[in-house]
Design a protein. Structure first.
Length: 238
């Protein structure tokens, strides 16, 4: 008798959560547990715990969990499971949010990442000790704010030198958004465009930002030319 192949049945997520199984832009089989921010005050600890237990049971999938509520994450973290397939991250837009990195660093997450997206202000050279991956991106949309080249350059510096013991932290650069710095343009575009002059640091350093649209601003970044984009995955998760 020919054996019957039985496809493994994946566990179902808790009520109120949806799963996006693939991130094509990364080219890797990641999954997002889609919902409102998992650590918002509107979601109880019990619901968060059930979501983490679900992710723990689905060990064949890598889940990226991203939050703006880093203090609540730190509060809940000791009572949550942290298997290697749960990748925990925080969002940083400006220097005002840098403390979220410290909250993440104090959790027991097996894999920690920081998303500087949209990056709309200087974050300096943050301490990224213990961080496994960094994502950077500009803002898009009609009300998009510029992302200065210097701000991105500072983050690459943090991922390459002072905090990481000489080891490069992989950075996935998603693009400049609607604006691009004059430092990246060989010449001005041959059409009228919106221009902003922004102060990139307290020492009166400035950049001229031109609104060219996300397609024309692209993903080209001199800092990223020889820098790893993605973390090395454990064989158990490939």
């Amino acid at each position: 008798m020919t054996p019957v192949s039985v496809r493994q049945k994946r566990p179902m997520p808790p009520s109120g959560f949806l799963i996006a199984r693939t991130l094509n832009s990364l080219g890797l089989p990641f999954s997002f547990l889609g919902s409102p921010d998992l650590f918002t005050e509107k979601i109880s600890f019990e619901h968060v715990r059930r979501a983490f237990e679900f992710m723990q049971r689905d060990a064949l999938t890598r889940f990226l969990v991203l939050t703006n509520y880093a203090e609540r994450l730190e509060e809940f973290a000791p009572a949550l499971p942290w298997p290697p397939n749960i990748w925990m991250g925080v969002t940083i837009e400006t220097a005002e949010h840098r403390r979220r990195i410290e909250c993440l660093q104090r959790t027991g997450a097996a894999f920690k990442f920081v998303s500087f997206e949209p990056l709309v202000g200087s974050v300096g050279t943050p301490n990224l000790d213990g961080i496994d991956w960094v994502i950077i991106g500009g803002e898009t949309g009609t009300k998009a704010r510029p992302t200065a080249y210097r701000w991105v350059e500072d983050i690459f510096c943090s991922c390459t030198t002072n905090w990481s013991g000489g080891l490069d932290i992989p950075i996935y650069f998603r693009g400049w958004g609607e604006w691009i710095s004059h430092r990246l343009l060989p010449q001005l575009p041959p059409y009228k465009t919106e221009v902003k002059i922004i102060q990139t640091h307290a020492n009166d350093e400035i950049e001229v930002m031109l609104r060219v649209g996300k397609k024309k601003s692209g993903r080209a970044c001199p800092c990223a030319e020889h820098h790893p984009q993605f973390p090395k995955l454990p064989k158990t998760l490939v």
